[in-house]
Write a protein that binds this ligand. Structure first.
Ligand SMILES: Nc1ncnc2c1ncn2[C@@H]1O[C@H](COP(=O)(O)OP(=O)(O)O)[C@@H](O)[C@H]1O
Ligand SMILES: [Mg+2]
Length: 262
């Protein structure tokens, strides 16, 4: 489904790539975590896959195949069709993606109508349905709320509901729970796993919590200073980590809601 083949990513004229030799193969319905300290290049990789590297950033080597087609050759128009439908994304704080001065409903309706030719009423109903699927109590109330009237956890559920509207094949999540308290974090992680089960969506999640990665992932990639230091199945990483860095991380894995998963 997704095949990231030995990519390097460069910013501006810096001759040394920020990320080097990153590879990842993801099948339908698989969850992969990218783990690593701040500045290791996790967000850079996610943005490269989404075709959203900031100006001056480019994939200087390798290829990214989505259903056997190179995403690096996608035009702006190809991306406009793909992003938000087959591939979608949630951010660390969906509050940042949602305009704070407008009610959720108007934004959700607009988002749906940029991808699907339906009436405002039908888009509203679809939005309400998606919110209720994310177990937000009253979808209509949420639609009529301003973002600041919701808690961080509720805003993040709104972000996930929007991202799941078109049943994406691939969902990219950049530290989706790090701004949340541990209980909400655990709930959101479980909901993402349920979404995978329901829709068979593949998920790439960036986290600096190896406990979260161990709990939810089929595959894990560990990054340090722009390089992959370990990659493999959850069991590979748990029992056969190659790098001291990963082994160190494993000895101090944080818990998810008081339970240890390694
Ligand atoms: N737009 C940019 N221009 C130049 N360098 C950048 C840009 N964005 C990120 N970087 C650099 O790339 C490196 C990796 O950053 P990032 O991918 O955000 O790491 P992480 O998400 O793991 O914290 C950092 O050294 C950062 O300074
Ligand atoms: Mg980041």
């Amino acid at each position: 489904m997704l095949n990231v083949k030995d990519i390097s990513i460069q910013y501006g004229k810096n001759p040394k790539p920020t990320v080097e030799h990153f590879s990842l193969e993801l099948n339908e319905g698989e969850i992969c975590s990218i783990v690593g300290e701040s500045g290791s290049g996790k967000t850079t990789v996610i943005r490269a896959i989404l075709g959203l590297l900031p100006g001056g950033g480019k994939v200087s080597q390798g290829d990214i195949l989505f259903n056997d087609k190179s995403l690096l050759k996608y035009s702006r128009e190809d991306w406009r069709k793909l992003r938000g439908t087959d591939i979608s994304m949630i951010f660390q704080d969906s509050g940042a993606m949602i305009n704070p001065t407008r009610k959720i409903g108007g934004q959700f309706v607009e988002y749906i109508r940029t991808h699907e030719n339906i009436s405002k009423k039908d888009a509203w109903d679809k939005g309400v349905m998606m919110l209720e699927r994310m177990r937000l109590p009253s979808g209509d109330n949420i639609m009529n709320s301003y973002p600041f009237q919701l808690s961080g956890g509720m805003r993040q559920r709104v972000g996930i509901a929007m991202a799941m509207t078109f049943e994406p094949k691939l969902l990219l999540a950049d530290e989706p729970t790090s701004a949340l308290d541990v209980t909400t974090q655990a709930q959101i992680i479980r909901q993402m796993m349920e979404l995978r089960d329901q829709y068979n969506t593949s998920i790439i999640i960036v986290t600096h919590n190896l406990g979260v990665a161990m709990y939810m992932s089929d595959k894990i990639v560990v990054m340090k200073h722009g390089a992959v230091v370990d990659a493999g199945t959850r069991e590979d990483i748990l029992h056969h980590a190659k790098s001291d860095y990963t082994r160190n991380l494993l000895t101090c894995v944080p818990t998810l809601e008081g339970e240890r998963y390694v």
